[in-house]
Ligand binder design. Sequence first.
Ligand SMILES: Cc1cc2nc3c(=O)[nH]c(=O)nc-3n(C[C@H](O)[C@H](O)[C@H](O)COP(=O)(O)O)c2cc1C
Length: 362
Amino acid sequence: MLRRDVLFGAGGAVLLGGIGTYGWRSSTGSMADYAEYVRHLRAPLDVHRHDRELIRFATLAASGHNTQPWKFVIRPGAIDILPDLARTTRVVDPDDHHLFVSLGCAAENLAIAAAATGRPGEAQADAEGRVQFRHSPGAPHADPLFAAIPRRQSTRADYDGRPVPARDLEALRKAAAVPGVRLVLLTERRRIDPVRDLIVAGNDGQMRDAAFRAELKDWVRFNPRSAAKKGDGLFTAASGNPVMPDILGHMAFDMFVTAEGENDRYARQIDSSAGIAVFLAEHEDKAHWVAVGRACQRCALAATALGLKQAFVNQPVEVARLRPALASLVGEAGLRPDIVMRFGYGPALPYSPRRPVEDVLA
Ligand SMILES: Cc1cc2nc3c(=O)[nH]c(=O)nc-3n(C[C@H](O)[C@H](O)[C@H](O)COP(=O)(O)O)c2cc1C
């Protein structure tokens, strides 16, 4: 997104005239300082502060608009993950579907990190979508998905079009196997193209919707200083876009982020991808949305471990009228599709920010 990745392109440069280098830097902060902030966020897990460190690793999970809509409660032998209903996105996610998928992503990181560092356990979601992770001491379990947690990112760049070998597709499928969740992998162009067209159609509707644009802009962080200060949201550089002072960013968003430009970009990005993964829960309820989050986080971690990049392209699940067409295209008519991800080989981009652990404790 910016769409969740904002396209300021050449037009943005027009806004730059007249601002000196010093004024610019003092209002944006530096990418070097941001890299140092990210280094701490993504440092290796320190078992001497085990509960807090497990929570830090949980927060490195994906979340819609990077809202991080979670609160953690540390109890003896358990960590609970609760929804933070102050962090909903009413326009793009009116029924909190993405919010509960995001809790599932965090739950999966938590369970993987705990097992890998000698605290294996079970994460269970109740009917309200609250997750309880009960753990006990055990032998550390080596898992390539654990090493992938601090390296995973949503990479909103063009990929190089190379296909993924069949054994790696199978590894993705195996890693993402979670009860109650179906995964459809599309790798043939004739099957990807109609899904691309639905993604573009959904994007077009969203980018012409003033309420969607306003909510999205609210979560965009236009420079490293505001990204690190707020610790959430969609940092432009993490989507391969320029950084600029907030005031210019707001103007550039309004002027240069157009439906046409973003549609073209999505079409190009999907054409450059090796495949598309569609996740569908067998039931439409909060516990199943958490399960979808667990499956798609596992898929993203497995992709990272295999040297692949991935990014969400959820427009046809966010625009409700497009869901039936997507479900039919993937042979699952009657189910609500939950998540759409593209994958392939591509460059690494700067990481997105996170809030400190103290801010996510209930
Ligand atoms: C439920 C859910 C829906 C998402 N939808 C989109 C999307 O449609 N487009 C997009 O570019 N990113 C989407 N994302 C990715 C988030 O924006 C991303 O996880 C967040 O900005 C944090 O960045 P990271 O994944 O690189 O750590 C989604 C993530 C989740 C969990």
